[in-house]
Design a protein around this ligand. Structure first.
Ligand SMILES: [Zn+2]
Length: 438
């Protein structure tokens, strides 16, 4: 593939700077290196821009939509090796009885190939970035860089010695240096603070100080279940939001997954601190965690994005499905079909997700932005006739309609072929992992 690509006579659907979504038909887009150099409707201008970079490839846009790649704002990528082996359980017996005992037996290659398996699934479904909350920061990030995939990746930042958690400053420092120097800007570090229920009270302040010292965002689960809330109130006399806030862990870089059971005061705190909330409709329904009240969060001014959660509680990582479910769930629970419109969930899945992960120049198709793009083929029964292209993306489309995915200017999926991931190897290795750990 050449360094410069001209997308020709294509339909562009993109969030814009004005907080809405723009649709441009018979449009042209030129990318060169990792940057978008032209967006508009003039074939002549587009050709001139492309020619100014020398030789270039043309991507024919007939019956195609060009839109930004999705951001999976809450993933546990390596957990795809636990797909379909512990289902139809409530969160607590599922997590403590089925998942954590298996995670304790994981070896390095389980992290690597489970991570790559999820990346392959996400890339084929038009996702180009994830907020990945998992151990194995370095192994997972090396796999992400090989695959050409963007991540906000958690550092564990702690070690469990003789039944007690200790912070691990060396790991965080080394990981922050690695992200800065060796990942071509694809990986940004964050710090894993799993939840209010996994550590003893005295451990949260050291974690907060560690995050502050290395300027890493905090990645945390909040109020996923009623049990979590009840236990927190019993133990601390406060909700999980209030207690985490009392430690100073909620800031304008914090990414908080779930937030299913919130009070008005919780929502005010999340909005005031500028926390990014990652909504996970499939996981919340499958684990019967409940329905996150997106409308009240929206009204309170909370910043909302979308995620799949891990493949063992979902059991796939399909952002098209999450957009559709987020919208449907909000409509059904509020008895109001006008809420969480296609444009709002599309922004959540794209631009807002990138902002939440710290990639501020991604998620909009505009000159000077990063070339992180997906091409959707609507020449198929599921998408035909197209009608409103934005409605088609949110309500009709699915991963099988994604034809190509470009991240940082490189096609990682081109005309339905993965270009950076050896799927046969990944399948063999992850099958072996599942056989060993199931
Ligand atoms: Zn999670």
């Amino acid at each position: 593939m050449r360094n410069t690509v001209l997308f020709s006579d294509i339909t562009i659907v993109t969030p814009d700077m004005a907080d809405s979504v723009s649709i441009m038909e018979h449009a042209y887009c030129v990318t060169s290196g990792n940057t978008i150099e032209y967006v508009g409707v003039s074939k002549e201008e587009a050709t001139q821009v492309a020619e100014s970079f020398g030789e270039y490839d043309v991507y024919e846009g007939k019956n195609r939509i060009l839109c930004p790649t999705f951001v999976n704002a809450h993933a546990h990528a390596s957990m795809s090796i636990f797909r379909n082996i512990a289902d139809d359980l409530a969160l607590e017996p599922w997590l403590f009885g089925e998942i954590i005992p298996r995670e304790d037996k994981m070896i390095a290659k389980d992290f690597r190939y489970g991570h790559l398996l999820s990346l392959a699934e996400m890339i084929e479904g038009g996702t180009g970035c994830a907020a990945n909350m998992y151990d194995g920061a370095r192994i997972c990030s090396e796999a992400s860089v090989e695959a050409g995939f963007r991540c906000q990746q958690t550092a564990l930042g702690k070690k469990f010695i003789d039944g007690v958690w200790h912070t691990d400053e060396d790991e965080v420092r080394d990981f922050v240096d690695y992200c800065k120097n060796e990942t071509n800007g694809l990986i940004l570090p964050s710090l894993l603070v799993h939840s209010i229920y996994l550590y003893t009270e005295d451990f949260y302040t050291p974690l907060k100080e560690l995050g502050e010292k290395y300027k890493t965002p905090i990645s945390v689960h909040i109020s996923e279940t009623r049990t979590e809330n009840a236990n927190c109130v019993n133990q601390y006399g406060m909700s999980p939001v209030e207690k985490l806030d009392s430690f100073g862990l909620l800031t304008d870089t914090t990414v908080a997954a779930h937030c299913v059971h919130l009070s008005d005061n919780d929502r005010t705190i999340l909005a005031d601190r500028g926390v990014w909330v990652a909504h996970n409709p499939s996981s919340n329904m499958k684990l019967a965690s409940g329905f996150a009240d997106m409308i009240s969060m929206q009204k309170a001014g909370v910043r909302l994005c979308l995620g799949t959660d891990g493949a063992s509680s979902n059991n796939n990582q399909d952002m098209y499905m999450e957009m559709r479910l987020a919208s449907f769930m909000a409509k059904a629970t509020s008895y109001d079909s006008t809420v969480l419109k296609a444009s709002e969930v599309f922004r959540m899945a794209t631009r807002t997700g990138y902002l939440a992960c710290g990639f501020t120049d991604c998620g909009i198709i505009g000159k000077g932005m990063k070339a992180d793009l997906q091409i959707v083929d609507y020449d198929c029964p599921q998408m035909w006739p197209l009608g409103n292209p934005l409605s088609a993306l949110v309500y009709s489309c699915g991963p099988k309609c994604v034809e190509s995915t470009m991240i940082d200017g490189k096609f990682v999926y081109y005309k339905r072929e993965l270009t950076t991931i050896d799927m046969e190897r990944v399948k063999a290795e992850t099958s072996e992992s599942m056989d060993r750990l199931k």
